[in-house]
Ligand binder design. Structure first.
Ligand code: PGA
Length: 253
């Protein structure tokens, strides 16, 4: 059985006070309502990582992740945060290559491969995002593009390193739009990704890598999407900012 995971990507939202109350609400609800071994991760903005990490405590049922890291180890990169810094804060997860980073901050495949290496070298577990924009889907080139993204970001790894990666397939046209992929579309793409991993890393490794779906996951569609054979959970944006919605999505996994 692959690890099932539900991760919340808070993006650039919440004040510190709001972040703390959301965390407190989640801790309460998860403690009372969530059974089973689904892994729960929240990814708040950088400045809140330390406070929320302390709030969650060592044995917390909820783990924490960053939304990005810089590809360099240290130095004159004003405003940036390195994987080593996240390691020093005992942050276990980091999202790498989110489509908003690719789109608004022009992150390239080569740069993302470097971020993956930096994260792994510091013992962080990367959640590597891929997914096609609407025009690529409409042109019928989504499989080709997503395979390329996976090759650029991950194919330089060996099988041992690949086993530490979580992949999130997030079609850009479904992010924040209220438009989700159908279960057929999600399963199709997750299988494309899985088969591509089999070709490169072999069955054993490919079958261990959790592939999360992301893009307008909500309490009313989560169960259906998570029922697909190759969907191992979700990366949730908007709905992860509402404790009740996020917990319902966790319970669906
Ligand atoms: P959404 O975002 O759930 O708001 O569509 C998903 C994501 O960007 O990770």
């Amino acid at each position: 059985m692959r690890q099932r995971i539900v991760a919340g990507n808070w993006k650039m939202n919440t004040t510190l006070l709001e972040a703390k109350s959301l965390t407190a609400e989640l801790m309460g609800m998860v403690g009372d309502e969530v059974r089973g071994d689904v892994k729960i991760i929240i990814c708040p903005p950088y400045p809140y990582l330390h406070a929320l990490q302390s709030q969650l405590g060592k044995s917390a049922r909820i783990e924490i992740g960053a939304q990005n890291c810089n590809e360099h180890a240290s130095g004159a990169y004003t405003g940036e945060v390195s994987a080593g810094m996240l390691k020093s804060m005992e942050v276990p997860y980091v999202i790498i290559g989110h489509s908003e980073r690719r789109q608004y901050f022009f992150e390239s495949g080569k740069q993302l491969a470097q971020k993956i290496d930096g994260a792994l070298a510091n013992g962080l577990k990367p959640i590597f995002c891929c997914g096609e924009p609407l025009e690529v889907r409409e042109a019928g080139d989504h499989e080709t593009l997503v395979k390329e993204q996976i090759e650029e970001g991950l194919f330089h790894l060996n099988a041992e390193a690949m086993k530490k990666i979580v992949i999130a397939y997030e079609p850009v046209w479904a992010i924040g739009t209220g438009k989700t992929a159908t279960t057929a579309q999600a399963q199709e793409m997750h299988l494309v990704i899985r088969k591509h991993l089999v070709d490169k890393f072999g069955e054993e490794t490919a079958n261990m890598v959790p592939i999360l779906y992301g893009g307008s996951v909500k309490p009313d569609n989560a169960k259906e999407i998570f029922s697909c054979a190759d969907v191992d959970g979700g990366l949730v944006g908007g709905a992860s900012l509402k404790s009740r919605d996020f917990v319902e999505i966790i319970k669906s996994a």
